[in-house]
Design a binder for this molecule. Structure first.
Ligand code: 3PG
Length: 348
């Protein structure tokens, strides 16, 4: 693509946490800066598209615009409200459209809305790996109407996550969080590929209970875990824990020692989900694991919104070879090997 004086619609994922209308964690914004700067260097005008949704609310992106301007150190044009039907002209080289989800057509993957977006630009680039599991207009609709491609962050996510499809061994998978149903396809797939799958977080409570272990008042899910998974020698569960309010809220030191031993010998480590309930202050397991991984010679990848936020708060980013921007998208990509947004880019 020749970008000189061309308008590039760049789909990014700036779905960042806002606290009192300020960006509370700018990891995802920072992850896109290189892409924006590269396009600017090639003479393009960069038209940024993103959604932001928390607790079903779709706030305006004023706070994101200010943070972006500070980080990029260039003046940006913030196009407030719904996307105007007719494209306008502005002198700035970087424009940020307001929250895409303020437009009803976005989530509905409305063809006319995608066409309306397409009129603003010459090219479409998807660098929003973290949103590419959504069949929304800006992800799967827009590439039908413009010459398109994948951005460098998207490519880096695909390259690094794909290392786990034909893995080097020993391969340790650390999977925590909740909702077995959403993790089951992943466990089914990786039980064949990994040498050990450590199950942590509240997911572990369900596994422990099914194995007949007393989990006190911990919440357990009423799901069926197939016997070949529940009793697999590859499934590693916490051996000890920290209790709060009568429930298991974190992993204990024996568990961390087992994980440290597995990590020491591993060539690949994939981690998604905090080991403890960090929002209630149960950060011990997550911090210890993050620290111990710093000593491992394995290729270490971590992802998931809460996990990455915890790692960043603990300043342990340097202990990882790649930090994925994806949450749900990372899990879906690992389970299926592709995403709707990636497939959409393959079509002419
Ligand atoms: C994420 O944070 O996982 C992505 O930005 C997708 O957000 P969504 O769940 O609101 O579609």
């Amino acid at each position: 693509m020749d970008f000189k004086e061309k308008k590039v619609l760049l789909r990014v994922d700036f779905n960042v946490p806002l606290v009192r209308n300020k960006v509370a964690d700018d990891f995802r914004i920072k992850a896109s800066l290189k892409t924006v700067n590269n396009l600017l260097k090639k003479g393009a005008m960069v038209l940024l598209l993103t959604h932001l949704e928390a607790d079903g609310k779709t706030p305006g992106l004023g706070a994101v615009a200010s943070r972006l301007e500070k980080l990029l150190k260039v003046k940006i044009k913030f196009i407030k409200g719904k996307i105007p039907v007719d494209p306008c002209e502005y002198p700035e080289r970087v424009w940020l459209f307001d929250n895409l989800r303020l437009n009803p057509g976005e989530k509905k993957n409305d063809r006319d809305f995608a066409k309306q977006l397409a009129r603003w630009g010459d090219y479409y680039i998807n660098d929003a790996f973290a949103a590419s599991h959504r069949e929304h207009a800006s992800i799967v609709g827009l590439p039908k109407f413009l010459a398109h491609g994948a951005g460098p962050l998207m490519k880096a996510e695909i390259k690094n996550l794909s290392k786990f499809f034909s893995p080097k061994h020993p391969f340790l998978f650390i999977l925590a969080g909740k909702k077995f149903a959403t993790k089951e396809p992943l466990v089914n797939k990786f039980i064949k590929k990994a040498d050990a799958i450590f199950i942590g977080g509240s997911l572990a409570n369900t596994f422990l209970k099914k194995r007949g272990i007393d989990v006190k008042r911990s919440k357990v899910e009423s799901v069926t875990i197939p016997d070949d998974i529940l009793w697999s020698h590859k499934i590693i569960l916490p051996e000890d824990w920290k209790i709060g309010e009568g429930s298991i809220y974190d992993a204990g030191p024996k568990t961390i020692r087992t994980l440290a031993e597995l990590a020491k010998n591993a060539k690949l480590v994939l981690w998604n989900g905090t080991l403890g309930l960090c929002e209630k202050g149960y950060t011990y397991g997550t911090r210890e694991l993050g620290m111990t991984l710093g000593k491992s010679k394995a290729f270490r990848l971590v992802g998931g919104g809460d996990t990455v936020a915890a790692i960043r708060k603990m300043k342990l980013e340097k202990n990882f070879d790649f930090i994925s921007t994806g949450g749900g998208a990372m899990l879906e990509f690992l389970a299926k090997g592709t995403l709707p947004g990636i497939e959409a880019l393959k079509k002419k």
